[in-house]
Design a protein around this ligand. Structure first.
Ligand SMILES: Nc1ncnc2c1ncn2[C@@H]1O[C@H](COP(=O)(O)OP(=O)(O)OP(=O)(O)O)[C@@H](O)[C@H]1O
Ligand SMILES: [Mg+2]
Length: 366
């Protein structure tokens, strides 16, 4: 399998950019799943390439293995696939694993890079039979690009028009049979017709502590970092169910272990270092805690609109919706209501508010 990337996703950044991100990190040690720009070389080096190395998501993996085996038997390309779920759970990685298993090339791009009709037409026409086209953030495709994709996905044709006004002609240009893999953090924003054209739609789930401990142990092995099982679990507990965060924390904790201790990550070393990074027992960082505290202290626990929250804590709405909220919702610390966001009694308890505040909040939930 070879990977041809249109948005530099698998190709890595310059060392200069990496070192700037590194120094930014030390100024503001907040770890976010969306910081995909950071440490791309590192991310690529530890990205699993096979189903065996791809940890967790077992139900999804089993389904995919059968689908792949059937496609191979029929000697046909796979049905189009859509993966959705919060950032850093392994959508792009899974697309790479599928290409590897099918033994085909994967072309990687993202919807914002397909702004003009010729961008999507160019990429479709350059595909070879059986290849996989991976479109990240597919919910951001514009209408024109979507309409070009419909016949391409359904019948492997491009409908093109030539000439002007009265002499306009429509041409049907055949395309080789390909597989489109779309990935999105916001399945709800995908248009109905586009969603319906995917044969297989799967949601990626947050990972359990055990699964993340396996991810961490695997990454530590690749990077020659010594780690105990308890150390791996200590990092896993604070990784917000997300492999990308787990991997980045291993690296940060390993720096700390090297400078302050003998380099080995034990439970104590991991906990001490994560405390310094201000990542709490739930894996929440300063931004998450500020968000919850704001709703509790300024808005009596909510409901409050996401735009108001974003303005008050100085983050953009997309970061809050895509990065902070999925985990806070799944951890039961935050609720989304038609009138805005509300914190739960568990959030009060976690942030150390007194019982009286919790009781007031409970009555709001009844
Ligand atoms: N199941 C897994 N097993 C081991 N490592 C994983 C797994 N899933 C993801 N990772 C690691 O987590 C990192 C992030 O994964 P990936 O880039 O595939 O996430 P994503 O869902 O595409 O995120 P985004 O929505 O931000 O594009 C990868 O570098 C990979 O090493
Ligand atoms: Mg991705």
């Amino acid at each position: 399998m070879s990977i041809i990337s249109d948005d530099n996703k698998f190709t890595g950044d310059s060392a200069q950019k990496d070192s700037k991100k590194h120094s930014d990190f030390h100024k503001n040690p907040v770890i976010k799943a969306e910081s995909i720009e950071c440490d791309k070389n590192f991310e690529n080096s530890i990205r699993p390439k096979s189903f065996d190395a791809y940890i967790g998501q077992s139900a999804l993996k089993e389904t995919l293995k059968i689908t792949i085996a059937a496609a191979k038997k029929r000697e046909l390309p796979l049905d189009h696939l859509l993966f959705y779920g919060p950032p850093g759970l392994g959508k792009t990685t899974l697309a790479g694993v599928i290409a590897e298993q099918m033994g085909v090339n994967i072309r990687i791009t993202s919807a914002p890079a397909l702004e003009r009709p010729r961008d999507i037409i160019g990429i479709l026409m350059s595909l070879k039979g059986g290849e996989i086209l991976f479109i990240d953030e597919i919910h951001r495709l514009n209408k024109v690009a979507e309409e070009i994709l419909y016949p391409a996905m359904e019948d492997f044709f491009l409908d093109m028009t030539t000439g002007k006004s009265q002499t306009v002609k429509t041409l049907r240009v055949p395309l080789p049979k390909f597989t489109l893999i779309g990935a999105t953090t916001k399945a709800g924003e995908l248009s109905g017709p586009l969603r319906d054209r995917f044969g297989i739609i799967h949601r990626l789930e947050f990972y359990t502590e055990d699964e993340l401990a396996q991810v961490i142990t695997r990454t530590a092995g690749i990077l020659n970092i010594e780690i105990t099982s308890e150390g791996a679990h200590a990092i896993a507990r604070r990784s917000r169910g997300t492999p990308r965060i787990a991997n980045r924390l291993v690296k940060r904790v390993s720096d700390f272990a090297l400078v302050k201790h003998d380099g080995k990550i034990t439970e104590d070393v991991a906990n001490e270092s994560l405390d310094i990074l201000k990542i709490d027992n739930y894996g929440l960082d300063c931004t998450d805690r500020n968000l919850l505290k704001l709703i509790i202290e300024k808005y009596d626990g909510g409901p409050v609109g996401v735009e108001t929250i974003a303005a008050a804590i100085g983050e953009d709405v997309r970061t809050i919706e895509d990065v902070c909220e999925p985990f806070l919702l799944q951890a039961g610390l935050l609720q989304r209501t038609p009138r805005g966001r509300k914190v739960s009694p568990a959030a009060y308890r976690h942030l150390g508010y007194k019982d009286i505040d919790i009781n007031e909040q409970k009555s709001l939930f009844q």
